[in-house]
Design a protein around this ligand. Structure first.
Ligand SMILES: [Zn+2]
Length: 252
């Protein structure tokens, strides 16, 4: 069975070697869980350390016009920490503090992230695919370009030498890929960790998960099934049970 996500040849690679340390970079507090939560959980179960970098404060992530942005940002930090711990117990979480909707691809953001890459020295980076076509949300686009530029800056000794010793990760995995070419298969346990991590983002239940109330078990069950179905469709492309799809760049 061929997934609609890949071309007729299906994915060209599957399952890179589990890294010792992964750094995932998302625009908003729940993006990483949606895009790569199962992969991070799988690697964490194999002893990988995770660093979760969230670029904006998520303060506009609500349909409620009366919501207080500062209160929402604080609430979302707590949710993000719980979600990170659910995916990868002991994960480090870094908040870069850009205002939601106002993340800009520029020197300041690239330097912030370059500094974190050199500090944590991850083997693998996970980020938004900045080349995804027809993407509307500016933060997702910006976060992707900031991550790719920061990777280049971090690996080359003559870029930003004041920000520490250069470091070159061995692979970059882009989620929400415009053209996926790689699968990470995930088992039942990692899939469950992904769903539980997503559900930690209670402030997003209504707007991104179609859950009107956490007590509405039917809606929660429907959301679990939606995530499961998506992972099953990706897995079907290569006969695995569940998987997440990426664009892998291994020449970094
Ligand atoms: Zn987002």
């Amino acid at each position: 069975m061929t997934s609609t996500y890949f071309n007729e040849n299906g994915p060209s690679s599957m399952n890179i070697e589990p890294p010792k340390r992964v750094m995932a970079i998302g625009a908003h507090p729940d993006d990483i869980e949606f895009g790569a939560g199962g992969t991070i959980a799988k690697w964490a179960q194999q002893g990988c350390e995770a660093v979760i970098v969230i670029m904006t404060d998520g303060s506009k992530g609500t349909w409620n016009p009366e919501a207080d942005p500062l209160e929402l940002a604080m609430r979302r930090q707590g949710e993000a920490r719980r979600a990170a711990g659910t995916m990868a117990p002991g994960a480090a979480v870094e908040f870069l503090g850009w205002k939601d909707g106002e993340l800009r691809h520029g020197e300041r953001a690239v330097a912030q992230l370059c500094h974190l890459i050199r500090h944590y020295k991850p083997d693998v980076l996970i980020a938004h695919d900045p080349w995804k076509r027809y993407r509307l949300h500016p933060d997702h686009r910006a976060a992707g370009f900031i991550a790719t530029d920061a990777l280049v800056a971090a690996r080359d000794p003559h870029f930003l030498p004041e920000l520490g010793m250069h470091h070159r990760p061995s692979a970059l995995l882009l989620f929400e890929a415009d053209e996926a070419n790689h699968l990470e298969t995930i088992g039942e346990l990692a899939l469950r960790a992904k769903v539980e991590a997503l559900l930690c983002h209670r402030s997003q239940h209504e707007s991104s998960m179609e859950i009107s109330d956490a007590g509405n078990l039917e809606e929660v069950a429907r959301f679990r099934q939606t995530v499961r179905d998506a992972a099953e469709r990706n897995g079907g492309a290569d006969g695995a049970e569940f998987a997440e799809a990426f664009h892998l760049i291994s020449e970094v």
